[in-house]
Write a protein that binds this ligand. Structure first.
Ligand SMILES: [Zn+2]
Length: 256
């Protein structure tokens, strides 16, 4: 995330209460208020509107309307695919843009989190320890039931955590975003097969052989177009940020 984008996200997201602009007495005219900076950097009313909308849908998680608005826009672009198919295609595009998993990816991500997730190593080690203890015990030992229930608990705990993760993030559990052999730039990407499975989940009639040309290519093309707009908006935001810094206006980030 660029510095200016980070600033905009912090300014727009109330969960950063410590973020503030300096505004005291004689110098107050030299500083821009929080809202002034935000409105300077927010490109919603410019030709970068769509790119800004992607940024908002991606990072302003406190405003669900952004997702709805972006979804409507994408849906219009997908309409040539047919009514039902365009809805599914729109879901795929928006999830690609916001790095959110689609339901047909849940199982795959869940199993990856069970194997490689940050808690997996610890929990799996614990499970092995319990199993080893169980092996050492006599068949009729009173401790067996206790250990068995501990083992069950450890398994459940990991399952539950992996399931929750799988529904909320495509962040690679192995490298945590740093990029590795499991992922693409730190994320478990939506593949054509994932997309195909989602179309099946929604019972959209389709021909598997022509899925790539009929649906996957248009999905990728709309995704790339919007991703490009997002990048342009981020770039423009950076230029504006620089301009603010070069004028008399300035601000302080009380961000601990
Ligand atoms: Zn990775």
């Amino acid at each position: 995330m660029t510095r200016s984008l980070e600033l905009v996200v912090k300014l727009a997201t109330p969960k950063s209460p410590k973020m503030n602009t300096l505004n005291n007495g004689a110098f107050s005219n030299d500083f821009l208020e929080r809202n002034e900076i935000l409105s300077e950097l927010d490109l919603s009313n410019t030709k970068y509107r769509l790119g800004m909308l992607v940024i908002k849908a991606k990072y302003f998680d406190n405003v669900p309307n952004n997702i709805v608005e972006l979804l409507e826009h994408i849906n219009k672009k997908c309409l040539s695919l047919g009514d039902a198919a365009s809805k599914v295609a729109s879901i795929i595009v928006i999830n690609m843009l916001t790095s959110t998993p689609i339901p047909s990816q849940y199982k795959k991500i869940e199993s990856l989190y069970k194997k490689f997730g940050p808690k997996a190593e610890f929990t799996l080690k614990k499970q092995v320890e319990i199993k080893n203890k169980l092996d050492e015990l006599y068949e009729d030992s009173y401790q067996r039931e206790q250990l068995k229930s501990n083992l069950k608990y450890e398994k459940l705990k990991l399952d539950q955590l992996a399931r929750e993760k799988a529904k909320s993030t495509t962040l690679c559990p192995k490298c945590q975003g740093a990029s590795c052999d499991l992922c693409t730039s730190g994320h478990i990407r939506i593949t054509m097969d994932d997309a195909l499975q989602l179309f099946r989940m929604f019972k959209i009639p389709l021909c598997v052989d022509s899925f790539s040309i009929t649906y996957w290519e248009p999905i990728l093309s709309i995704f790339r177009e919007l991703r490009c707009m997002e990048k342009e908006a981020v770039h423009q935001m950076g230029l504006k940020h620089k301009k603010i810094n070069n004028t008399k206006a300035n601000y302080f980030l009380l961000d601990s």
